[in-house]
Design a protein around this ligand. Structure first.
Ligand code: ATP
Length: 199
């Protein structure tokens, strides 16, 4: 099995590519919501958050007490403390998934995440694929998709790692300035490369 990290800026085409790869047999894990999910489902993580931040971090029904934790993390400067608990849980979960997928006979496991390269190139992937498109193209696509304000999209873009930096850290770059037919053919071609990738 080959483990692929797929990333790119807002509106670059990550989800579109993962759909194409799923149709070709890949298993895709969307990582952006993973931490939030684990904070309410991973018993080890839940216990460690309660031990560090107090039982007030959770509501009686087991949901996260978001205002409480946001205040602790951001107003009381405890973001790093929280990350030190959450990151290992995400790591553990991903290792377990890898094993399960391997047992199932999956050939290509993809983790799709907007934040993948912000702390440099992670070690847990065999291949890093970056999808890239010009800023104006991405803005138009996201406006169409989400009816979001252009300025807000640009503001989000400016907070993300630059596409140039992402490209530097990539093994494969998928250019997505063309139409959907072009993207589909490139994505299919890259998938064939992934199947042959040395591991
Ligand atoms: P985000 O980071 O915001 O979740 P993303 O990287 O997952 O975005 P997609 O959702 O795949 O990006 O693409 C953004 C929008 O642009 C979608 O509506 C998608 O259908 C469209 N799109 C992607 N690639 C193309 C293309 N080559 N031609 C036309 N539309 C495209």
């Amino acid at each position: 099995m080959i483990v692929v990290g797929l990333t790119g800026g807002i509106g670059s085409g990550k989800s579109t590519i993962t759909k194409i790869w799923e149709d070709l047999g890949a298993t895709v894990i969307k990582a952006d919501d993973l931490a939030k999910q684990l904070m309410v489902s991973d018993t080890v993580l839940i216990q460690s958050i309660k031990a560090t931040f107090g039982s007030g971090a959770y509501l009686e029904n087991g949901e996260l007490n978001k205002p409480f934790l946001a205040k602790e993390a951001f107003e009381n400067g405890r973001v790093d403390e929280l990350n030190k608990l959450v990151h290992p849980a995400v790591y553990r979960w991903f290792q377990e998934q890898k094993q399960l997928e391997e047992q199932k006979g999956t050939r290509v496991l993809v983790r799709e995440a907007a934040l993948l390269l912000d702390k440099g190139r992670p070690n847990d992937f065999d291949v890093i694929v970056v999808v890239s498109a010009d800023d104006d193209v991405r803005v138009k696509r996201v406006v169409n998709r989400d009816r979001m304000d252009e300025k807000e999209i640009q503001a989000r873009m400016s907070k993300q790692l630059s596409q140039n930096k992402m490209r530097e850290l990539a093994d494969i770059v998928i250019e997505n300035n063309g139409d959907l037919t072009k993207l589909e053919s490139t994505a299919k071609h890259v998938f064939q490369e992934l199947l042959k990738w040395p591991r």
